[in-house]
Structures are given as C-alpha cells and as structure tokens.
Design a protein around this ligand. Structure first.
Ligand code: PBG
Length: 331
C-alpha cells in the first residue's frame, strides 16, 4: 500500500471541511447510543451521585420521563440499574425475583410511557440485591458459585422479561448462563426478547462510581476476580465471546470501553456479530474531572471517545454521556 499514492494526496483531502466530510470513514449518531439510568425508590425523587458528576438516580416516575426524553433525542435504548433499599438486600439476593421490585416497576412505567419507541435493556446479576455486593451466590468462604448462580439468573431474567424488558443483559460473567436463560425465555414464550451478553467483562478498577450508584460499594468485600476477566488477557475474551454466541446471545459486549478497544476490534474481526462497548462509570468520571480541571474541552472529549468506539467496530456504546452526546449531535 505505502507508495501507492503521492504523500500530498492526504493533505489535500484534509484541506477543507467539505472534503473532510466526504472522506470521513466513521459516523456517530444518536442511534449508536444506549443510556444507562439508575433507579431509586420514591416519587419525584432525583438523587445526584457524588462520584458521577452530572448523573442522578431517578424515582420510577422520573426515570420514565428520562426514557421519553431519550426517545425524543433519537436514542434507541436505555439500560436500567436499581438502587435497592438496604433492607431488601439479602445473602441470596432473592429480591431479584420479586415481580414488584424496583427494576420491574421501572420497566413497566417506561413501557407504559414510551411503548415501543424505546428499547429497555435490563442488567442481569445479583449485585444490586445481595447483602455482600457480589454478582452471585457465595459459599461459606465467600467464593461465587457459578452453577447455582446461573439458576437464579434464569429466574431474574424471566422476571424482567415478564415485566416488559426488551433486552436481557447478563453482566454476571457466570459460565453457561446464556444457554439456560435463552432456553427459559423460549419456553416462557419470550421469543423476541434479545440477549446482549456482557461477554468480555474485565475485573476493572473503573467500576467504582457505579458501585456507589447502585449502593453496593460499601457492602462489597474483596473483588470480583474469580469470575470477571483478568485485564491481562485478550485471547480469553475471544473464548468468552465464542461461548456466549454459541449459547444464543444476539449481541456481545466488551467492558470497560476505551482501555479495551483492542478487544472490540478483535471480537468484531473474529466473529462479525454486533459488538457493543460499555464506557463505564470510571471512564465517564475521568472525562468529567479532566474537563473540569481544564485538561480538555468536555464536548470534544465526549464526541471523540464515542467516535473511537465506532471506529474500533462497535455497533453501539453504553455511555452516561448518551443524552448530552445526542444533543451535541443535533438530534
Ligand atoms: C454489575 C455491573 C457493574 C457494572 C455494570 N453491571 C459493576 C461490577 O461488575 O461491579 C459497571 C458499570 C459501570 O461502571 O458503569 N454486575
């Protein structure tokens, strides 16, 4: 390839705005964005989250309003995360199975307000419901039990699907859970409920503010390294993705986002399936703090990072900046 074109051709194509527009390889639109929203109890309640400047938890009525806003901005999907009341958190996380839990009430309110104008993606994992903050059931030593947890996740998925969830997104990283969840959804008649698998989810230091947002950070002892991936591994991510696709996932996710764009690209090239990335809470906070400290222009940082996900091969991005970015994109 090198030497095929005179070097000046690249400069020439960049010299004017119309030409840059013509040669642009990647575009970012509001339709590429999924907006994560945190839900809390009460009515008319907005609780700002200290470690996520500009992000709040919303009560069910207000989260439905945010969803309407998202649809109007051209954002195709929102992702829900509940901040369960402390007294409803137990060792076995059974609140995840309650048809009237905060998550299910939020799903119903949003579907009532928006119908099919927006997709509702729901996180499947036990961490917002356990008294120990882990994503699954634990043994006496605190070890997270894969197979026993997968069975509870089936119940949690059916519970969310029955409330109206459009996309089930298991973020727990138990082996084999996609297969059992898919089977159960089919059997229950939820044949068009999609599964977006958090397939390559790393045991990352970037999740801190999220754990504050769902109220699990104070409860969690230790880490999640026995089930989430080692940041040193890339081939293993391909094996995780292969498993989840074989088990029936409709799309896969890589998480966190920017530090793992190499994984996004390898997954896209190897499997040619829809790949999503989660620009997680710590990444969001870094951009906000950097901009507040004068290290860069906030809007430009937001749009550049989101565009980078598209360039790396993402079909879409989960980002706390979704509504702001959609506005910047002139929706
Ligand atoms: C929990 C879950 C986490 C995130 C999404 N789902 C945190 C974790 O695994 O501890 C992180 C999202 C973020 O940091 O924005 N299963």
């Amino acid at each position: 390839m090198t030497g095929m074109f005179p070097a000046t051709r690249l400069r020439r194509t960049r010299a004017s705005a119309w030409s840059r527009a013509l040669h642009r390889e990647t575009v970012l639109t509001p339709a590429d964005l999924i907006w994560p929203l945190f839900v809390t109890e009460g009515a008319g309640v907005e609780e700002p989250i200290g470690s996520l400047p500009g992000v709040s938890r919303w009560s069910v009525d207000l989260v439905a309003r945010r969803a309407k806003e998202a649809a109007a901005l051209g954002i195709p999907c929102i992702a829900l995360f509940p901040n369960t009341q402390p007294e409803r958190r137990t060792e076995d996380g059974r609140e995840a199975l309650n048809p009237d839990n905060l998550m299910c009430r939020a799903i119903r309110a949003i579907k009532q307000a928006c119908g099919d104008d927006i997709g509702v993606l729901t996180d499947v994992a036990l961490d917002p419901y356990t008294s120990h903050g882990q994503d699954g059931l634990i043994d006496a030593a605190g070890y997270v039990l894969n197979d026993a947890t997968a069975q509870v996740l089936v119940g949690q998925s059916l519970n969310q699907a029955a409330a109206g969830a459009d996309v089930i997104a298991p973020s727990d990283m138990m082996d084999g859970r996609i297969a059992v969840i898919r089977d159960a959804l089919e059997e229950a008649g939820h044949v068009n409920v999609q599964i977006m698998a958090y397939a390559a989810k790393y045991a990352s230091a970037f999740y801190g503010p999220f754990r504050d947002a769902v109220g699990s950070s104070g409860l969690l002892k230790g880490d999640k390294k026995t089930y989430q991936m080692d940041p040193a591994n890339a081939d293993e991510a391909l094996r995780e993705v292969a498993m989840d696709i074989a088990e029936g996932a409709d799309s896969v996710m890589v998480k966190p986002g920017l530090p793992y764009l190499d994984i996004v690209r390898r997954v896209k090239d190897a499997f040619e399936v829809p790949v999503f990335a989660y620009q997680v809470s710590g990444e969001y906070a870094m951009i906000e703090h950097a901009a507040a400290a004068g290290a860069g222009d906030r809007d430009a940082l937001v749009l550049e990072t989101l565009l980078a996900f598209k360039r790396a091969g993402c079909s879409g991005i989960l980002t706390y900046h979704a509504a702001h970015a959609a506005r910047l994109l002139g929706a």
